[in-house]
Design a protein. Sequence first.
Length: 382
Amino acid sequence: MSLHKATELIKKVLIVLSIGLGSILLIVMIFRIFIFAKNIVSPPQITPPNMTYEALPELQFLPNEIQNNFTYTINTVSGVLPDFPDRLAVYPFTKSSPNLLNLDKAKIKAQAIKFVDVQSRVLPEISLGNGKYQWNEQGGINRQLKMDIVTFDFSIKSSYLSSLTVLAAQNLNDQNNAIQTVKAFLDSIEQYPADIDINKSQNQQNGLSYFTYPQLFNVRNGALVKTTSLSTAKVIRVDLYQKDIEYDLDTGVQNAAKLKMKLPVLYPNPPYSTMSFWIASGQNSSEVDAAEFIHRDIAKSDGPLATYPIKTAKQAFEELQNGKAYIASYDGLEKEILINNVFLAYYIGSQDQQYLMPIIVFEGQKNFLSYVSAVKDISSKK
């Protein structure tokens, strides 16, 4: 074949390919125009959220300790607020019931963490009413254990900040060892939750303002002071965090694919959780000298998700502007807040709460985090 004939053949092939490609693009455009027109004439039916539990109780945040007298400017990468699905899942928490054996179980837990006398017998409990009991250690750092024998939430306080053993820090290990000390402590009372994501505590460079690697503290004049050096640390604070909530969300649109949802669980005082432990040096090893432990078990089933309509980012932003949001954290002094990120999450507080409910989170400079309850149309309390 001559060069001329080859050139002509290539030209014809390119013309045929161009016509074919143009035809395909034209068909796709016509199909899209048809679908668009069809949706205008006969919009697809959207099944509303099922609202399984009917009206939900209002989500209760802590009282705002930070005055909400800011002005807000959207400063996201896109320059606008994000689009959210019109619904999200809501989960009930597992209900704890009083049991005649619960006090015995609490005594076993108290004994396991050495609230015992010289003969290794558990110390006598003091009833505080409403299912709450207290154990007082005599001597040492004078630990005090308070426990709810229905939920088994507990707190430990002590005078460890004035302890010479603590101040010497001879047996204080690093942050990762402190995490393992916490895990061993909870394992000893059979209370390490199955839904803990330990990676959130272990990740030093997570880039997120609502989780934290264990924090180091020195002790000055009987008070904790943050430090960045393990060599000057006397106490390590460890916080545990629950796993992200993952599920496939049915948007209610017939034949539409489900959305893959993965939302973090946030707490009242980020970057801390409701499961916090203060680790210090003991006589022979590191130990838990203070703690606050509140954990809620999320009840999940294999049945259909309970879904509820949620606010748009715009509606939530208006609540923020009108002072109706909970300001969870802020380290700055400026009154103008640049909102750099807006995202969905779930909230677990330190107060009684029946359901795991979603929130809309506004994130700004200098650890600014604010929460708005995401579920809309709450008309009554249960």
